[in-house]
Write a protein that binds this ligand. Sequence first.
Ligand code: OOG
Ligand code: MG
Length: 262
Amino acid sequence: MTLEQNVVEQCAQLLYAAEQEVREVPRITDDHPQMNVADAYRIQERLRELKQAQGLRIVGMKMGLTSHAKMQQMGVDTPIYGFLAEDNAVPDGGVVEVKHLIHPKVEAEIAFVMREPLSGPDCDAAKVLAATDFVLAAIELIDSRYENFRFDLPSVIADNTSASRYVLGSRATAVAGLDLETLGVVLERNGQVVEVGAGAAVLGNPAQAVAMLVNMLAARGQTLPAGSVVLSGAITAAIPVAAGDNVQVRADGIGTVSMRFV
Ligand code: OOG
Ligand code: MG
């Protein structure tokens, strides 16, 4: 049994309001235990429509839970995807006010910018690399709308995979000659190294995560447009941030990226 359309609408409205009003809500599967992954993507798509109706442009997509560090941290075992709207973007070195956030955490990621559109169902890492314009070091700020950042798979998918803000580095690097698997990443908070990792933590190769995104989109009859920004998923566990914090990601060969919290 799939979730009724009025329940999909209710859940999307609840999550939309929670983000706008900066407040936590109970996990939606507590009230709707029958919700499955397909229902959850319907709620996410409705949330996306609500934002587009506000005039917001969709600039790209994100993969989540693509590394063991993240799956373990969140107790969920399947990669998931969400969308990025234009108001999620923060400039490199930019400042974010924590009063607009519920319980923010940051993660080190590698971002792809696509030159060519991609469609599934048999996308693979080689096709992703051939369609990529460039890659960048990135910070994703996640901010689950659920109490205590606690969720299950359908709840987090419906909540657009906790998407909140992202920052792209200023140095665009072509993928030719880059080894995305051994590419080392350091996440620093206030000048202290708090997490380290390598690209291979993300499904063996971050390009593989983008391929998986394209194939998951194909299963819902969707494609990845040219020009999309794609966050390939956290390489490290996510760390909490507070006002006064300065966060920097340094990625081997593709540069640095930072953001600050007040
Ligand atoms: C879900 C989003 C995970 C990633 O990169 O793994 C994610 C969450 O942990 O809240 O963005
Ligand atoms: Mg992420």
